[in-house]
Design a protein around this ligand. Structure first.
Ligand SMILES: O=C(O)CCC(=O)C(=O)O
Length: 458
């Protein structure tokens, strides 16, 4: 595999596009016809380059999702019926061969289950390091409880110098009824560089990412050779079944299935065939993941993921607010842009034009699979759009009323797959006993979680 430099500066063109989108207002984003948003009609120019290349069938998906929801426990019940699911279409853009865009792959129940497993369970596992660990001693709630079982706005006492210097804990402060009343701030590793980090900022604004499986070293830009914590088995199952098996149904099956193919002969005269999908669907074994936690307004700068030792596919799944993802592939100097959009700009210098760029609006439940030529594409997130978290997620981690959950999430599933909205009709428990996370209600309203998964070694 070709070795790419993790320190290389991104091409000027994608940097410029990234900066422009960073400055865009929500209104401008809503009206921007260059953004590929597969939930709305594509522009005429986009229809020439975006094609449906394959499909996931509902039966296939419901098997995977039921197994994932009940993973590790014997079950006979089907929580997700294939009747509630629709075929999920897989698209490709002619400028990004091997980049598969899969809108609405995850139905609401799977998004909720995934979110809870990532943030209640995996974040509480001390072997999953976060960016906060680089500068702070992070302490954990007792018995692997969720961080969200702690008060959302603690009445933490000020950390004494002695406590700041301490490297062993407990730091949870018990209340008279035996619960946890508050959490001391996390002491910095170097007191001369950082102040103690209040627990409230850990989850509310400061936590940006944590890692699963192989723990990437952000300073060295390498994966350590020491044994990694096991990749969570249920997530591994979900991702392997979706992305490691053979490529999903071929194009002819799409046609038989009545799938409408948004195919127009593109300007280059090239068609993407089912055999092409099979060739570039580089199955992957999940070995490392980054869980990015964005607040509206956060950004992720343009980069390439090049530290992995194999070029297998990279999966990216989004939950919560919409995100704008800018992607760019460097090409031959003579290559002409195929979409005729503003990304082909005669005012650009040659260096700026030497990178094919596309811009996607990703919504909750969408997935992107970067394989083939696009595996090492430049990409970045210039915008997470405020107020766009779907209704069924807005109150998370507050839970749905016990007993009504199945019925209600099913309702949400149906309505979402019809028109991508949630339902107004979700009720929540009123007592704290029934909902341990009620005091964090609304945390997800302005968050975007991205699960970014890769294979590191053969
Ligand atoms: O949030 C996203 O959509 C992309 C995240 C990403 O590129 C990364 O974690 O490397």
């Amino acid at each position: 595999m070709e070795h790419l430099d993790p320190y290389q500066r991104p091409p000027d063109r994608i940097r410029k596009i990234y900066k422009d989108y960073q400055k865009s207002s929500i209104r401008a984003l809503d009206q921007d016809s260059d953004i590929i948003d597969l939930t709305r009609d594509l522009s005429q120019a986009q229809r020439k380059c975006v094609r449906q290349v394959s499909v996931f069938q509902p039966e296939h998906l419901s098997d995977i999702y039921n197994e994932f929801v009940h993973y590790g426990s014997p079950h006979e019940l089907s929580t997700i019926s294939c009747m509630d699911l629709q075929s999920v279409r897989i698209y490709e853009h002619s400028s990004m061969p091997g980049l598969y865009i899969i809108p609405s792959l995850l139905p609401p129940r799977i998004q909720l289950t995934l979110l809870s497993r990532l943030l209640h369970r995996d974040l509480s596992n001390p072997s999953h390091l976060s960016n906060i660990h680089t500068h702070y001693h992070v302490s954990y709630p007792p018995n692997h409880a969720s961080f969200f079982s702690l008060p959302s706005s603690p009445t933490s006492p000020k950390l004494s110098k002695k406590a700041s210097a301490r490297t062993s804990f407990p730091i949870a402060i018990a209340s008279s009824d035996g619960g946890i009343q508050s959490f001391e701030p996390f002491p910095p590793r170097d007191l001369t560089l950082h102040k103690p980090l209040p627990f409230s900022s850990f989850l509310s604004s400061k936590l940006r990412w944590f890692t699963l499986g192989a723990q990437y070293d952000w300073t060295q830009k390498t994966y350590p050779s020491t044994p990694a914590p096991p990749f969570p088995a249920d997530l591994s199952f979900l991702l392997s079944r979706l992305f490691s098996d053979s490529a999903p149904s071929s194009r002819s099956e799409v046609e038989q299935n009545g799938g409408e193919i948004t195919y127009e002969t593109d300007t280059e005269g090239e068609e993407t065939s089912s055999s092409h999908v099979a060739e570039t669907w580089y199955s992957m074994i999940p070995q490392a993941a980054i869980v990015n936690i964005y607040s509206a307004g956060d950004t992720l700068s343009v980069h390439r993921d090049v530290s992995e030792e194999v070029g297998k596919g990279l999966v990216s799944m989004s939950i919560g607010c919409d995100g704008i993802l800018v992607l760019g592939l460097e090409n031959e100097p003579s290559h002409k842009s195929s979409d005729g959009s503003k990304f082909e700009n005669s005012a650009c210098t040659e260096a700026e034009n030497n990178c094919e760029c596309i811009v996607l609006r990703l919504r909750s439940g969408d997935a992107v699979f970067m394989t083939g030529k696009s595996r090492f594409a430049w990409h970045g997130v210039p915008k997470v759009i405020e107020g766009t978290s779907p209704k069924f997620l807005k109150d998370w981690p507050a839970e749905l009323v016990c007993g009504k959950r199945d019925e209600e999430v099913n309702e949400i599933e149906c309505s979402r797959f019809e028109n991508r909205t949630g339902t107004d009709d979700i009720s929540y428990p009123t007592s704290k006993q029934r909902d341990p996370y009620a005091h964090w209600k609304g945390w997800m309203a302005n968050k975007r979680i991205n699960l970014n998964v890769r294979q590191v070694w053969d």
